[in-house]
Design a protein around this ligand. Structure first.
Ligand code: KG4
Ligand code: ZN
Length: 349
C-alpha cells in the first residue's frame, strides 16, 4: 500500500477535526460486542449490525478477554460481509475504513484493527483510527445529523464515567471523572452481589422496575465537594445490606431500585452543578448506562429545568456499536493510521 497522505482523507490538510464526508465502513470490537456499519457520503446509516457476545460470557459472570477476542475473529468477517451487502443494495461502496483503535481489551481491539488494516490496505483506502469515547460522543449524530458543537456530555459506560466539554471533533476536555468504579461497572458489580447475573445494568434495571416505590437507604449522602464521581462506597453499602440475610426476590428488587436511584442521584448532582457552572446550550447523555430509563428521565428533567437542549441516543446507539464510530470519523474525530500503528488499549481521549 502506498503511504496514505492527508490529501487522501477528503483533501483536508489536517487529519481529524474537519468533517470527512465519504462513505465509511466502520468496525468496533473494543469489548464484547462485534459491530460493523456503513454510512453513505451524506451521513446516512445504510447498514448496521451488532453481534452481542453476552451469552458466551454469561456463564463466567463477566467478560472473559480470551473468549471475546476469539469470538471477534469468528464473527467479524461475516458481519462485515453482511453490512457490505446491505450497503451495496443501497448503492454505497465504502471509500474509507474507520476502526476503534482504543481504549478497550487489547486482544479484542487487535482483531478489529488488524482486520480493518488488511481490508483497507488491500483496497488502498485510508484507515481512520477512532477513540472509543469519541464514538459515544458523536453517537448523537445518529439521532440528529445537525446536532451542533460545542456541547457538554456525560459518558456513562462500563469503563468510563466522565463529564466532557466537546469543543469540536477531536477537541475534548474531560473535566470530571470517576475516582474508582465506572457507573456501568458499579451496575455490573451490584448485579453480581444481588445474584442477578450478567450483564448487570439491564438486570438491575429490570429488577428495579418491579420494586414499586419501596426503597432502602444505602448510604447517607453521595454528595461530595469534589467534581469527580465515586461509586465504591455504594457498592460496599450494598454488600453490607446483603450480608447475613437470605434475601427474597422482593428485597432484591428493593435493593436494586435503591442502588439504581443512588447511582442516578450521584450522576444527577454533578450534571446539575456542571450546567450551573458552565451554562452550556446543549447536553448529551451517552454510553451503555445511558440506556437506563431512570437515568434518561432524570437528566432530561434537569436539562429541561435549566433550559438546556438535551439529547440521548436510543438505547441501541448508547451501547457499543459501529455506527457511532462511523459518525465520529465523519465528524472529523478520526486519525489517519499508518501501517505500523496498531491498537492502543490505553489511548487517551
Ligand atoms: O458503552 P458500553 O456498551 O460498553 C463500554 O464502553 O463499556 O457500556 C456497557 C455498560 C455495562 O456496564 C452495562 O451493564 C451498562 O452499560 N448498561 C446499563 C444498562 N444497559 C447497559 N446500565 C444500567 N442500565 C441499563 N439499562
Ligand atoms: Zn462503550
Amino acid at each position: 500500500m502506498p503511504e496514505t497522505s492527508n490529501a487522501a482523507i477528503g483533501g483536508s490538510a489536517i487529519p481529524g477535526r474537519v468533517p470527512f464526508l465519504r462513505p465509511i465502513l466502520a468496525i468496533e470490537t473494543s469489548c464484547d460486542e462485534t459491530a460493523a456499519a456503513v454510512v453513505n457520503a451524506d451521513g446516512m446509516l445504510v447498514a448496521h449490525e451488532v453481534y452481542s457476545q453476552v451469552k458466551e460470557h454469561a456463564a463466567f459472570g463477566g467478560v472473559v478477554p480470551e473468549v471475546a477476542s476469539r469470538r471477534h475473529i469468528e464473527v467479524l468477517p461475516e458481519l462485515v460481509e453482511e453490512v457490505l451487502g446491505e450497503a451495496a443494495k443501497a448503492g454505497v461502496v465504502p471509500e474509507a475504513v474507520a476502526v476503534t483503535r482504543g481504549p478497550g481489551l487489547v486482544g479484542s481491539l487487535l482483531v478489529g484493527v488488524q482486520f480493518a488494516q488488511a481490508w483497507a490496505g488491500a483496497r488502498r483506502l485510508p484507515l481512520l483510527g477512532v477513540h472509543h469515547l469519541a464514538g459515544h460522543l458523536h453517537a448523537v449524530l445518529l439521532e440528529d445529523a445537525s446536532w451542533p458543537m460545542p456541547y457538554l456530555a456525560l459518558i456513562v459506560s462500563g469503563g468510563h464515567t466522565s463529564l466532557v466539554d466537546v469543543a469540536g471533533a477531536g477537541v475534548y476536555r474531560v473535566f470530571a471523572r470517576t475516582v474508582d468504579d465506572a457507573a456501568g461497572e458499579a451496575f455490573d458489580k451490584a448485579a453480581r452481589l444481588l445474584g442477578l447475573g450478567y450483564p448487570g445494568g439491564p438486570a438491575v434495571a429490570a429488577a428495579a422496575e418491579t420494586a414499586g416505590g419501596d426503597r432502602e437507604r444505602l448510604v447517607e449522602s453521595l454528595m461530595t465537594h469534589s467534581p469527580d464521581f465515586s461509586f465504591s462506597g455504594l457498592k460496599t453499602a450494598l454488600r453490607k445490606a446483603m450480608t447475613g440475610v437470605v434475601p427474597d426476590a422482593r428485597r432484591i428488587a428493593v435493593l436494586a431500585a435503591s442502588f439504581q436511584d443512588a447511582v442516578v442521584e450521584a450522576l444527577a448532582v454533578k450534571v446539575e452543578r456542571a450546567l450551573r457552572e458552565r451554562r452550556p446550550e446543549r447536553f448529551l447523555l451517552t454510553g451503555g448506562v445511558a440506556s437506563n430509563r431512570a437515568l434518561r428521565e432524570r437528566i432530561a428533567g434537569i436539562c429541561g429545568a435549566a433550559g438546556v437542549t438535551f439529547a440521548v441516543p436510543r438505547p441501541a446507539y448508547c451501547t457499543d456499536n459501529a455506527a457511532m464510530i462511523a459518525m465520529a470519523a465523519r465528524a472529523g474525530a478520526g486519525r489517519l493510521m499508518t501501517r505500523d500503528e496498531s491498537a492502543d488499549p490505553s489511548l487517551e481521549l
